[in-house]
Design a protein around this ligand. Structure first.
Ligand code: SAM
Length: 220
């Protein structure tokens, strides 16, 4: 029942604030046709990423977890012409669907998909000397603590870090939960608590993706 009202309110906000968008709808359709799970960010969350990138006047964005490129496109749209989203994806089939989606959305000059395990490809970005204005962590949750360490390696003062799915229907407060995604998020929260180089908050969300939440952080 709650789900129903959250969903309806999300619909209302989308109708008011997020104009119908053929390019993004085509992404979701292409994902469905390719059998890609519907675990992209919601439209209201996608727009939040877009707005954060605008507020930050970001030029270089790093995304860990591309899926079909839905969130990559939202963020790419916030970039100036010379800006870039580097997005990391382990699954070559998802990456090729994402590539098509990004092309159809006219963002191919702004998005670079790097295929491989993020823990293998992040060191390549580091070696290239690339630093990012905004980093969106949205891949395999057990690795979230590692991704936070890498994010700090690839950040500069003022870099925004966002991590999605940190509530998991409330399971995040369950110390003995056997789900390693939950434990990954808990270790990620421990690191945020210990790490003096980062200031952060967490916001619980409800909507058409159920009950979840995200961490928003800024590097000192
Ligand atoms: N950010 C996407 C969006 O909102 O449209 C959703 C990303 S989805 C929640 C997580 C993605 O991370 C999946 O496509 C999955 O294949 C990818 N992934 C999982 N493990 C990974 C790893 N070790 N390295 C890179 N990507 C990984």
């Amino acid at each position: 029942t709650n789900l129903n009202i959250w969903n309806n309110v999300d619909e209302y906000f989308m109708e008011k604030l997020i104009p119908a968008d053929a390019e993004l709808e085509a992404v979701l359709q292409a994902n469905k046709a390719a059998g890609i799970p519907e675990i992209d960010v919601s439209p209201t969350q996608g727009k939040l990423l877009y707005l954060l990138a605008k507020i930050k006047e970001a030029k270089n964005i790093l995304e860990i977890g591309t899926l079909g490129g839905y969130s990559s496109i939202w963020m790419a749209r916030a970039l100036p012409n010379e800006g870039k989203v580097y997005t990391l994806e382990i699954d070559p089939e998802y990456a090729s669907v994402a590539k098509e989606n990004i092309k159809r959305a006219g963002c191919e000059h702004k998005v670079e998909i790097i295929v491989g395990k993020a823990l293998d490809t992040l060191p390549i970005l580091k070696k290239a000397g690339q630093l990012f204005d905004l980093i969106f962590i949205d891949a395999d949750k057990p690795n979230n603590p590692h991704y936070l360490k890498w994010a700090l390696e690839l950040a500069k003062p003022g870099t925004i870090i966002i991590a999605d799915n940190v509530v998991r229907d409330g399971a995040v407060i369950d110390e003995i939960n056997v789900d390693e995604r939950v434990q990954g998020v808990r270790r990620f929260m421990d690191l945020l608590q210990e790490e003096s180089q980062i200031e952060s908050t967490a916001i619980q969300t409800v909507g058409n993706k159920g009950y979840d939440g995200f961490v928003l952080a800024v590097v000192k």
